[in-house]
Design a protein around this ligand. Sequence first.
Ligand code: SER
Length: 694
Amino acid sequence: MNANELRKTYIEYFGAKNHEIKKSFSLIPDDPSLLFTVAGMVPFKNYFLGKAPLVFTRAVSCQKCIRTNDIENVGRTRRHHTFFEMLGNFSFGDYFKEETIKWAWEFLTEIIKLPKNRLYVTVFTEDDEAYDIWKDKIKVPEDRIFRLGKETNFWEMGTVGPCGYCSEIYFDLEGGEKGRVSAEDIEKNDDRFLEIWNLVFTQFDKKEDGTLGELAQKNIDTGMGLERLAAVSQGVYSNFESDLFMPIINDAAKRTNKKYGEDEKTDVSLRVIADHCRGVVFLIGDGVLPSNEGRGYVLRRIIRRAVRHGRLLGLKKLFFSEIVPVVTHIMEEAYPEISERKDYISDIIKMEEEKFGETMDKGMEILEREIETMKKEGVQELSGAVLFKLYDTFGFPAEITEEILEENGMSADRKGFDEAMEKQREKAKAAWKGFNAELAEKIPADVIEKTGITEFMGYCVLYDEGCKVLGITGNGKELVSAEKGKKVEVILDKTPFYAESGGQSGDTGILKGEGFEIRIDDTQKFDQRHIHIGEVAVGTVKKGDLARAVVDEERRKAVMKNHTATHLLHSALRRILGNHVEQAGSYVGSERLRFDFTHFAQLTGKELDAVEAMVNEWVQESGEIEIEEMEFSKAKEKGAIALFDEKYGEKVRAVSVKDISMELCGGTHIKNTGQIGFFKITGAGSTAAGIRRI
Ligand code: SER
């Protein structure tokens, strides 16, 4: 079967068994503990943990995943990838081992008809239950079932979270009668035995201290790499020879006048390019942009590694961005959205390719000279300073330099590199001291611990009586009281003051109580506390005092107009430029708004005029702003624009103007678009590759 058929057949098979069919979630998980979605179960984590109400108890998906922990192996083996798709069926307290095993076996042997005599299974050493199901119910001969230890048959997502014993299904790539197979063969001989499906019986929750807690319900999490399944189903030895990769490899090979399969070094580079192009297309498709940090750095590293392998094949011109349409063509049946964004994706890659291309040859020259000298002098390790210079000046991710060194049997001084990097960071920090870092310095941790989460009243009222002063700080210390002239930060139990977030600036105003008055110049959020920042203007305030909190109404109303206008602007941009426009940042103040968004080209005068006119038309229509709390899924269904992916069953706040805009937003808004009065674009530009600013 081809990969499209396999994907579809799998989803339909489990769909017919009452599984909720879930579209792939984003590669960017809504989970601060993870950089990327690394498995099909990641988006369901809260279901496993019982932290979200179960709206369904069975699900099936084909999930986009990224794993980069062994990126240097990608291209060198036939089964390592950065991007891959994971087919998975899930049970949340519904079916358990028996059905899972039965259906997995049926799917492989009856539906896609893999030969039984090439399949082997493993279970966790102590899992007699799973062993017996395979042996007695499925009738797999005992010499094909192996018990393996924790290393292989215990699955965990990371250091914490849902985990459990597993049972794995292996495919014998060589087949035929080759004598008795042992547990050791399965575990170690991965050239012959390819793990194709991992059935995890998720019943534990691993805690920070390493102990295992029992989950309230027994769950199932299975994962089968589509690339591997495609390879075995298509009777090829390597994932790269399946229809998911071969057209990309052939395209790259054609550009270099080389043929795949003739020379191992060439093949490695072709595989790197093919794999990385898929990864890059999906990462950019999900909104990641090349940068020097976090996800953006991973993306940058992947692009640059591919470009370097292109150079190894003799490709001097820009080539990587040109392969994008081959990838989108293969994948568009399952992911039509990447085809819609393919020009944007190509443009981003091209810019990164150009940027690296300009300095790469120079950097390579330096590195080669360096390697030469090291060889002559019998030195093994490249200095951290040179490693850093290649990174900083020539754009070589340290890992790429290390890979090149490794090819020459050398290494690099990573510690020295980290030190150089740290020094540079310190310098940058000194140049710009971020406000929140400052706040962290100002408010001692125990003050935060002693005060509770602030209740925000400011959606409905702009002043409130009886707000209790829970904490006062000044000069980085906790204060029992503060008198006139003292600069302070004040935490209340409840407040109408909006604390800066989601781009909307913090409120200003006055806190007034028996014998004191505090002028508030800004409100910031810190660990869910609203921090009122200002100066005592009259008298003395003491911890425990009650205050009347009065927000500067005129200013806040102006902020609200700008915030609603920001939503209208966002909507107008999507209508005029296309749905690839996504918010990349914003500032909403009283005097103006600023909006950053993803769009590759500079906006023409005509486009800007059209955007402005559209917003003004909506202003004049005086549409009502409706604010409603609803389930995330319902908001999504209604077409709400969200900055994050699905939040299972959680309530979200949807801000909408009928037929015009609907966004999930925690900010404050006016009641009617007419209150905006008039909308004017005063400037448009760009802040980074692919990010425009209005
Ligand atoms: N979470 C398991 C894995 O990634 C099964 O889906 O292998």
